[in-house]
Design a binder for this molecule. Sequence first.
Ligand SMILES: [Zn+2]
Length: 78
Amino acid sequence: MITCAYCCHECPDSAQLCPKCGKPIFRLPVDDTPNYDDLAQELLRETDKKELLSPKQAIIIACMVLLLALVAYTIFAR
Ligand SMILES: [Zn+2]
């Protein structure tokens, strides 16, 4: 059930308009559903705090680059 923001009438989840007052129903974000804007802000803040890459991530990326270079070399060296 969704509570109408205008008249506090309990409306069915599928309702687009409040059956009591006819106003559109706003689905207020549920607390356990992450707000993606907030999440992005949180991630940005986390990135500011930490180093850009952890040493482990840097090693993984270095390995991937090396592997890609190797693959490219095997393809183009024919
Ligand atoms: Zn209403």
